[in-house]
Design a protein around this ligand. Structure first.
Ligand code: SF4
Length: 351
């Protein structure tokens, strides 16, 4: 038996090519494709002749996921919600909907089950990598969230479980569907890839040619020694190499890189910290620094910073002319804030 292909992992052109139908049927096939993303149904009989529908029906499917747990927590701009989805093989991934200050919401997607990057502050990394998600499974989080949970979203960020550039093919396929006007149809500037900073991956991402796609990198340290202690990837790729890859990334003039800095008192907020961040940003190009107060999970490596500690760090960044803002962790009680996905309480009953 041939395996059915998940439509959610295909941009329309790839789907059209895989269908084997002629150009005259393109329009109707597009309507069937659009419905797969819009209401999660694969009903070619509604759009194609009976013969074509019978031929295509068993070859494709819409790989919606099974929501096994949804939790919400009220916040300043509305409820932050976390969903745990079961995959076909019984493993689970998590997606989070975060309301934004000006209206709209950001959907945070997972790219892998677990992660092999091993960042010290992260719950997902603790269990290691189980497997990559397919492009369809990545997009299915968005489609299932909308169709089954009624979540609307205006932006997507790859900041859930996993390192997106460590699953490049899955990410590339998912981006194609996210941007396809007949599929999810998001504008490129509404999608951001967040990475620990794999230089090769950054270069490959640029190679996809999405000139308005957002990119942010987790810096989290002022120098290679602190970074390597927090993020093992720092041992393989030093900050110099990373900054060089990032400096080559922008394909348009007013691009601003996101630089995420999880502030952990006593670990990465020392006297030279702001100088280290400034040096990195100078080398990497125009950037906006997102300071994320550390949010201790079940296996903390430090404590959360106090307000005065956050203010002092922000002031030291401002003194060095850096554009920076505090990104408050939302969904603290849900284990849905940065570095908390996939922790021990993530999905009871799901392996
Ligand atoms: S912070 Fe991101 S890259 Fe690091 S271990 Fe966690 S999921 Fe992986």
């Amino acid at each position: 038996m041939t395996e059915t292909v998940d439509i959610l992992g295909l941009g329309f052109e790839a789907f059209f090519a895989a269908s084997g139908l002629g150009a005259g049927k393109r329009r109707n096939l597009r309507a069937a494709y659009r419905a797969a993303f819009g209401d999660g149904r694969w009903e070619p009989g509604r759009y194609l002749s009976r013969a074509d529908a019978e031929a295509l029906s068993p070859r494709f499917r819409v790989g919606l996921l099974e929501p096994v747990r949804v939790a919400s927590e009220d916040g300043e701009y509305g409820p932050t919600s976390k969903a745990v989805f079961r995959l076909d093989d019984g493993l689970a991934v998590e997606s989070v909907r975060i309301p934004q200050p000006g209206g709209g919401a950001t959907l945070c997607l997972s790219s892998q089950v677990g992660c092999r990057m091993g960042c010290a502050f992260c719950e997902t990394g603790r269990a290691g990598l189980s497997r990559n998600l397919s492009a369809g499974e990545i997009v299915a989080q968005a489609v299932t969230a909308r169709v089954a949970l009624g979540w609307d979203f205006s932006n997507v960020v790859f900041m859930g479980m996993g390192e997106p550039l460590d699953n490049f093919d899955g990410l590339a396929g998912a981006l194609a569907a996210l941007f396809d006007q007949s599929a999810i149809g998001l504008a490129q500037e509404r999608v951001t890839v967040c990475t620990v900073g794999l230089p090769d991956g950054v270069a490959r991402l640029k190679g996809l040619g999405y000139r308005r796609l957002g990119l942010s990198v987790s810096l989290n340290a002022p120098d290679d020694a602190v970074r390597s202690a927090l993020m093992p990837v720092g041992r393989a790729h030093g900050l110099g190499e990373l900054a060089e890859a990032l400096a080559a990334y922008p394909s348009r003039r007013n691009f601003a890189l996101g630089v995420n800095y999880c502030l952990i008192p006593g670990v990465n907020d020392g006297p030279g910290a702001a100088d280290g961040v400034a040096a990195f940003v100078r080398a990497a190009g125009r950037a906006l620094v997102n300071v994320i107060p550390y949010n201790p999970g079940p296996a903390p490596i430090g404590r959360a910073p106090t307000e005065p500690e956050i203010d002092a760090f922000m002031a030291s960044l401002a003194e060095r002319g850096l554009e920076a803002r505090v990104r408050a962790p939302r969904g603290r009680g849900l284990a849905a804030a940065c570095g908390q996905l996939g922790g021990p309480d993530a999905a009871p009953g799901v392996r």
